[in-house]
Each structure stands twice: as C-alpha cells, then as structure tokens.
Ligand binder design. Structure first.
Ligand code: ARG
Length: 483
C-alpha cells in the first residue's frame, strides 16, 4: 500500500515534499503516540461491542494495536517523516501489519476528535506530573520553614526593612502560593475530564457508537456534550498554560529572592556547589545560574500562553488547522515548569542558611518601629499620634546614630510621656515576632499552624494523584488485555 493511500482517493497527484514538510506535526505529536493507540483501542473495542465492525476484524485490529504498544515500549516504533502526523503513522503501521482490515479502525471517528482526545490524556499525565514537581518544591520550602520558625530576618515592603518576620513565615508565603498553583492545575484537570472521542470530524457520526463506553475506557468522567465544541476548543490547553505561567511566575519570584540573598550585599544564603556554576574568567565567582535560568525561562512560558491565546482568538468553528499549533507551546511550558520545580527544590534543600547574617540585617532600619507604635496604643495613645511620636524618635535615632532600643527612658519620654520601663520588653525583634499571634501572622505558634495546614493540603493532593494514577493505569491495563 502506498503511503498516500490512507486518504488519497480525491487526489490525482501526490503532495509536494515541501507541503508535507510544512504541514507535518510529527515532531511534536510523537509525544502523543501512546495515548493515540489507547484511544484507538478504546474506539475499536467499542466498535466491536456495538456490532459496527465484525468481531474478527476488531480482534485483529486490537492485537495489531497491542503489538504496536509493545514495539513502542521497546523503542522499536519508528515514525516515518513522509506521513504527516502520529495518528497517520500509527494507522499506517497497523494497516501494513494486518492488511486492509486495519482501515476499519477509522470508522466513525476523525483525526479531529482523535487529536483532541489524545491531547487531553496527555495533558492529564503532564498535569499530574507538574503537580507532583510543584509539591516537591513546596515541601522543600516547608522543610526550611519547619527548621526556621526561630530564625528572624527582615520582612520587606518596597524592598525596605518593614517588620521582623521569621524565615519560616517567609518560606510559608511561597509555599501557599505554590500550593495554589498545584490546586489550580488540578482544577483545570476537572474541567477537561470529558472525552471528545466520537465527535468525529465535527458533527458526530451516523454509526451507533457508544461514547460513554469510550469515555470510561479512557478514564474520563463522561463524554463531551457537543461535537463541534469538542473538535474546536482548546480552552483546556490555554488554561493549562495559564496555570503553568502562574507557577512559573511564582517560582521566578522565589528565584529572584534566592539570587538577591546569595549576593554579597545580603549574604543570607549560600547555594551548594552542586547547584551553582563558576565563571570562565573570575575565579572567585559562584553564580546562582539555576535560579537565573528559571527566572529567565518564565518569559518563554508566558510567551507560550500569549502565542496560544493569539492563535485561538478569532478562529471560527470548528476544526481549523491552526489548532495543530497548540501542542508545542503546552509541551514546552509544562516541561519548563516541571524541570524548574525539580531543580529549584534541589537548590533549596541544599542551600546553607546564614542565620547570623539575617539577624544582623534585622538590627538595621528601625524594623521594630511599628511595635513601638503598637506599644503606645496599648498605653491609650491614638494610633495616629503614636505613629507621629515614633516617627520623630526614628528621626532622632538617625541623627544620633542609634537604634530605638539604645534610647534611654528619658530620651523616649521626650517623644511620648506614655513610654515606661516596660518598653524595653517589646523592642527586641524576637518579642516583635512572637507577639504577632494573629491567624496567619509570623509568631512561631502561627507559622506552626500554617505548616500543619500546608502539609494537609499537600497530602490531599498526593492522595488525589495516587487515585488518578491508579485509575489511568487500570484503564491502560484493561485496554491492553488480549482478546
Ligand atoms: N495533525 C493534526 C493536528 O494536530 C491532526 C488533525 C488533522 N485534521 C485535519 N482535519 N487535517 O491538529
């Protein structure tokens, strides 16, 4: 059989080689190969069950497809560049193996519903993987938090010393961000949990197919509700890449801080040799390249999102070949996020934390000024007046090169007569931190609670991933059963 023969009836001549090269998607959709065969197995088992094709033919196709999977597993499935995509490659291989009966597989379906289905199965796997990677990263930060609920550092607003916080509190801020990133990906998964297979080219099919059966066989909750929507919508891809962008942005923010913190100016951390690089010219350098690359690649992830949104904007219903361009960006962005999360978790779990440098930094910038104002409020001073009095005392300290805790009680009283000896109890940064007992605040009691909550969330996701993976594996096992 000639390669064009899969659908060459309409054409007199063959496709020009440049047309083939230009239109091919094989370089990206080869990643869908396994899912494509699984989709075909579900489809042919349904065709058999519904008496749409003879049992004997269906069985031949099933055996053929199963042997294609074993070839793939052994790395022996070679794609042929002269066939435009993975779907065509697999069908061609099947027909070459079992003869014209292989042509019955495509009864009641189209590559349009086929590719939409393959992609959803692929997304499901890469989303689960990304969630695991993001949670591994979150766990590495949570471990730092567990060890450092007594490590005090400056908390910043506008990159200026604001109030003292614990490193635990700071780390947990990132953990909750990442936790939402992971949740967001799982939510996206819920919305794509319907199977497009059986929508055929765009209008459904005249054959008495059973779409519930194929949906279930492939591990989807239900079939999609509208055939035109099914072959033309890629909101699931866009949503996934938005989730990837958000995760990339959050990781980039972590990276930016690690880069700053490892600078000589901050000196809060030192990254392990294994996860830093040297300079080709400056022998003393130890560069935070991993963090920089993650920060840099965020641009590519956001670019992937913009490219997908632009591609979809203004597309008429239903399938248009533009849609072929959806795979590259989603594969690219999810790989960047998964790899980035993996590397970043290694950087974080091996970095050295310089507690002393953090504490030294807290001593600068009148970081306990809010606490002094709050103290005055407890003595009955209105907050605005307290704010003004403390502001004056800070200016005095700057002029006289002192910190607030260096002031004598007489100096303090010059700013507010309400200040008493007990002011010295509230000024140490440790006291500032431990008095912030409000829910979500920086005291160790509060951060311990945060840690417990975050662990619970990570464990819940872990359990969901376990269940999803089990379901998917059961589907594959069933589909690969011999006839
Ligand atoms: N390679 C195509 C894609 O990825 C498969 C679907 C082709 N459908 C079509 N009508 N040409 O979108």
């Amino acid at each position: 059989m000639s390669k064009q023969a899969l659908w060459s009836g309409r054409f007199d001549g063959g496709m020009d080689e440049s047309t083939l090269r230009f239109t091919s998607s094989l370089d990206v959709d080869s990643a869908l190969a396994f899912y494509d065969v699984m989709g075909s197995l579900a489809h042919v088992r349904m065709l058999k069950e519904q008496d749409i094709i003879p049992v004997g033919d269906a069985d031949e196709i099933i055996r053929g497809l199963i042997s294609i999977v074993s070839a793939m597993e052994k790395g022996e499935f070679e794609t042929d560049d002269s066939l435009e995509d993975i779907h065509t490659n697999i069908e061609f291989r099947l027909t070459s193996m079992i003869g014209p009966v292989g042509g019955k597989l495509h009864t009641g379906r189209s590559r349009n519903d086929q590719v939409a289905t393959d992609l959803r199965m692929y997304l499901r796997d890469i989303i689960l993987e990304a969630v695991m990677d993001i949670d591994t990263l979150a766990m590495s930060m949570l471990k730092v938090a567990e060890e450092h609920d007594g490590t005090i550092m400056p908390g910043f607003t506008h990159m200026q010393h604001a109030q003292p916080v614990t490193l635990a509190q700071h780390m947990m801020a990132h953990v909750f961000r990442l936790s939402r990133d992971a949740d967001r990906l799982l939510n996206a998964l819920d919305r794509m949990d319907r199977c497009p297979l059986g929508s055929a080219a765009l209008a459904g099919t005249t054959y008495p197919i059973d779409r519930r059966m194929t949906a279930e066989a492939l591990g989807f909750r239900a079939p999609t509700q509208n055939s035109i929507d099914s072959v033309s919508s890629r909101d699931n891809v866009l949503e996934t890449v938005f989730c990837a962008s958000m995760a990339a942005i959050d990781m980039s923010s972590v990276c930016e801080e690690l880069i700053l913190w490892s600078s000589q100016e901050f000196g809060f951390i030192e990254m392990a040799d294994a996860y830093t690089t040297g300079s080709s010219i400056m022998p003393q350098k130890k560069n935070p390249d991993i963090a920089e690359l993650i920060r840099g690649r965020t641009g590519a992830v956001i670019g992937d999102l913009v490219s997908l949104m632009t591609m979809m904007k203004g597309l008429p219903l239903s399938y248009n070949r533009d849609l072929q361009e959806d795979k590259g960006p989603v594969m690219d962005s999810m790989r960047i996020v998964s790899d980035g999360a993996d590397m970043l978790s290694k950087v974080i779990s091996t970095m050295e934390i310089k507690k002393d440098a953090m504490l030294r930094a807290v001593g600068k910038g009148f970081i306990n000024a809010t606490d002094l104002a709050d103290y005055l409020v407890t003595k009955g001073v209105p907050f605005r007046d307290a704010h003004a009095a403390v502001g004056e005392s800070v200016r005095y300290c700057i002029d006289n090169k002192k910190e607030l805790e260096d002031l004598t009680i007489d100096e303090f009283r010059g700013f507010s007569p309400s200040i008493e000896e007990d002011v010295y109890d509230i000024l140490p940064v440790k006291a500032c931190v431990e008095r912030r007992l409000s829910y979500g605040g920086t005291s160790s009691a509060s951060t311990d609670m945060q840690i417990t909550e975050a662990i619970g969330m990570i464990m819940e996701r872990d359990e969901r991933i376990r269940q999803e993976t089990q379901l998917i594996e059961k589907c594959w096992d069933d589909l690969l059963k011999d006839v």
